[in-house]
Design a protein. Structure first.
Length: 51
């Protein structure tokens, strides 16, 4: 019985770790997208000023 409990806890912890990694990946993707949008906006402004 204790072996089953240990296995269940280990599975739960692996699931938690996977969720955390997914959350970090999502946050990083959003951050990179925001930076790309800001860079594109600055490029548009620079082009508009140049014309």
């Amino acid at each position: 019985m204790p072996e089953n409990l240990a296995r269940a806890q280990m599975t739960a912890r692996l699931g938690e770790a996977q969720q955390m990694r997914l959350g970090h990946r999502l946050a990083r993707t959003r951050r990179l997208n925001r930076r790309a949008e800001q860079a594109a906006q600055q490029a548009r402004y620079a082009l508009a000023r140049a014309l």
